[in-house]
Design a protein around this ligand. Sequence first.
Ligand SMILES: Nc1ncnc2c1ncn2[C@@H]1O[C@H](COP(=O)(O)OP(=O)(O)OP(=O)(O)O)[C@@H](O)[C@H]1O
Ligand SMILES: [Mg+2]
Length: 325
Amino acid sequence: MSGRPHNSDDTREPAVTRPGFGRAEVYRGRLDEHGRLLPTRPVGRLLAALRERLRSPGERAERELDLRLAGCGRGLERTEHVAVVSPKGGVGKTTCTLIAGDTLARHLHLRCVAVDANPDYGTLGSLAPDRSRSDRSLADLLRADREPVAPGELRPYISPLASGLHVLAAPPAAEAMAALTEEHYGRLVELLGRFYELILLDLGTGLTGPLARFALHRADQAVVVATPEWVTAERVLAALGEIQGRGVEGQLTLVLNQAPARETADRQLIESAFREADVARRVVIPYDPRLRQMLDAGAYDPAGLPRQTRTAIKQLGLAVAEGLA
Ligand SMILES: Nc1ncnc2c1ncn2[C@@H]1O[C@H](COP(=O)(O)OP(=O)(O)OP(=O)(O)O)[C@@H](O)[C@H]1O
Ligand SMILES: [Mg+2]
């Protein structure tokens, strides 16, 4: 996380430490570069080094990602908004909203809510496990007699995931959703902003509807989702300029989702076109039937996914985390 000054270090009283008695002096040579305490005994160090050497390249890459994610984990000064968009339907907007939000809640411990802002039968709420799924929606929250003033009062509307991510569903009836205006969303986002550090907005297909316009205008960053077919990738690449023009300058993550495991010539061509796109970050997420099944069963658990998929999901989380102020 870079950009604006993040915490109030400048105004904080400096820690009072006697000269030569700082923690750095006491623990010199005993902490690694990530601040973890190294084993004290030489044999312990030797075993730790051996364990490190025995890790597979995949394990090492994932561990590196975990450390980088943990390094991003500090609170945000103000609520940030992430819009997940695509000019095409069915590409994985809802999936990316859930897995990115889950990663940020899990690894950065952010107070994070994913909101179904799809005006057309959104599915985000259905991805929450049955046992913790709320049957209320964002429309119910907006209709509540009294605005929640404490986090506990929000709970009846929220479906919590094991990671700590909260999900706010769309109303099941399309007419109820259609009745919601930009003003309603403005109020909703304002209300949620009192309780959450990060709001992810899972949008419907397209960029020109009032909701997409509102979300892109409001967003601090956008995640733009494509799949590796020419028709979709071409549309998404064409839409990037339009998205950037809506004020989400420089803060784009481009996701190539449902990528086939095999490096086909057309996938390579699409990936190279994506590499040339003027976006801050790019992530490729493989097509994974296990992920699809988990989502459908309301049983999303990254630990149960193949490492390749889990690593790609963490890369998406890291991309969003690095875009936070
Ligand atoms: N990487 C993936 N591997 C396997 N299945 C995936 C992957 N990403 C998404 N899916 C599956 O593809 C389907 C569509 O995904 P999703 O609902 O996230 O798309 P969407 O863009 O939100 O669709 P819509 O435009 O209808 O809102 C879902 O069944 C989802 O589980
Ligand atoms: Mg969707």
